[in-house]
Design a binder for this molecule. Structure first.
Ligand code: NDP
Ligand code: HSE
Length: 436
């Protein structure tokens, strides 16, 4: 059968990795897809730059629009990143009747609803396995493997850069900035690394996971997002002493009121497998009503792990090319006319437990004042540590774990505690999930 010709937009970490995997495993890939897949064209900004892949037999272009408008290209693989021109390129490819594979979570999270609607009209596929959790086939697992379940919740370490930074800081005592620079050099970080460290990238991925898990539209603007920049070494050590690890987690949970969508640092019991996922590795826990909790683990970033997901999508596209569009797996797991707009809850409606750290005067009555405020907001204390005052100081760090409470009550309690004359500075709060 005639080979399938693909055009790759972007020859950086993922694009280069994809070219290498397609070349090295060409025989196995063709045996699976039923046809040979040829990288016929590729684009990059700087055509003089040395690449991690061999481009000898690829027609290169500095203008990606030439590729999406080339009638000879069957599938466009968008690996440039960013919103524009990626969005225009993908929409043009779709308008030209081409299937699309992308690793661009920012694009899917913000513009996926429009892109899938256009793809539906033209009867083409847009696949995006590499957009979430790098090499872990998590989209396929939820969309197809768990299709018999009502998904109840999912929680994941879904940013490799952030997990790499937290692991290196905890295990080797390294500086935040140093580890971030290494993650950039290794090709893990986004073009704008604030996306990684401020939780935006994880928010994009959670948006996609929630959509395919619950059959809701993609709605990144409703995700509560907090990054890792405010985690201190002291918090990491206190959490360890209490039997927890701090991980940056994306959580999506369906409750009777609506859906919680949140990304933030989280204390997780050390005994949970996911608490022991370190470095650039990612892991996603998905709980279905029939299957119970399931865990998916693997490299969350990097050239070849991500290429593994891109190539798997390409094989799926090639296998499905001759099928009728209505017989294909829907882009967002649910049939387009069955997507339901279940409300996403505001941050104040989140129910979770908390780790609190504050600095207070070391004298009688101070703890009683704090306990009174918490009790008035229906917040029960689960554990409490009061450290020795440092030499020459009259204040002490107090660390508390609370039971489950409403975020709104916690916000009010924290404001009152910070107003106490005996408490100095801000109360540092980290959410806690047992993931049981
Ligand atoms: P890189 O920055 O390494 O590569 C981007 C490529 O796109 C480069 O070849 C660049 O050209 C080209 N490019 C960028 N902007 C333009 C433009 N305006 N016009 C033409 N070409 C352009 O990015 P990555 O490979 O790391 O990431 C690509 C995508 O994959 C992103 O969406 C990212 O979020 C996603 N992703 C990345 C992972 C990773 O581990 N890196 C993992 C999972 C997903 P040039 O080389 O000349 O600058
Ligand atoms: N910057 C992303 C990360 C790439 O570190 O997880 C993979 O999506």
């Amino acid at each position: 059968m005639k080979p399938v010709k693909i055009g790759i937009l972007g020859l950086g970490t993922v694009g280069g990795g994809a070219v290498n995997v397609l070349k090295r495993n060409a025989g196995e890939i063709a045996r699976r897809a039923g046809r040979e897949i040829i990288v016929s064209r590729a684009s990059a900004r700087d055509l003089t730059r040395t690449r991690i892949c061999d481009t000898a037999h690829i027609a290169l272009s500095a203008d990606p629009f030439e590729i999406v408008n080339d009638p000879d290209i069957d599938v466009v693989v968008e690996l440039m990143g960013g919103y524009e021109p990626a969005k225009q390129l993908v929409l043009t490819a779709i308008a030209n009747g081409k299937h699309v594979v992308t690793a661009n979570k920012a694009l899917i999270a913000l513009h996926g609803n429009e892109i899938f609607a256009e793809a539906g009209k033209k009867g083409v596929m847009v696949l995006f396995e590499a957009a979430v959790a790098g090499g872990i086939p998590i989209i396929k697992a939820i969309r197809e493997g768990l299709a018999g379940n009502r998904i109840e919740w999912l929680a994941g370490i879904i940013n490799g850069t952030g997990n790499f930074i937290l692991s290196e800081m905890r295990d080797k005592g390294r500086d935040f900035a140093d580890v971030l620079a290494e993650a950039q050099a290794l090709g893990y970080a986004e073009a704008d690394p604030t996306f990684d460290i401020e939780g935006i990238d994880a928010g994009h991925k959670l948006t996609i996971l929630a959509s395919i898990a619950f059959g809701i539209p993609l709605q990144f603007d409703k995700v509560y997002t907090e990054g890792i920049t405010r985690i201190t070494r002291a918090d990491v050590e206190y959490a360890e002493a209490l039997g927890y690890r701090i991980k940056h987690l994306g959580m999506a949970r369906k409750t009777t009121q609506g859906i919680e969508l949140r990304v933030h640092p989280t204390l997780i019991p050390k005994r949970r497998l996911i608490a022991n996922v370190d470095g650039v590795m990612n892991a996603v826990l998905v709980c279905g009503d029939a299957v119970g909790p399931t865990l998916y683990y693997g490299a969350g970033a990097g050239a070849e792990p991500t290429a593994s997901a891109v190539v798997a999508d390409l094989v799926d596209v090639v296998r499905a090319m001759t099928s009728d569009p209505e017989n294909r797996v829907p882009h967002l797991a649910f049939q387009p006319d069955a997507i339901v707009d279940i409300p996403v809850l505001p941050a104040e409606a989140i129910r979770t437990a908390y780790y609190l750290r504050l600095t207070a005067e070391d004298r009688p009555g101070v703890l009683a004042d704090i306990s009174r405020i918490l009790a008035a907001h229906h917040i029960s204390i689960e554990a409490l540590i009061q450290k020795e005052p440092l030499a020459g100081q009259s204040s002490v760090p107090i660390i508390m774990l609370t039971q489950l409470t409403l975020e709104k009550e916690m916000n009010a309690a924290i404001a009152e505690i910070e107003d106490l004359a005996t408490v100095s500075g801000a109360v540092n709060r980290i959410r806690l999930e047992t993931l049981g």
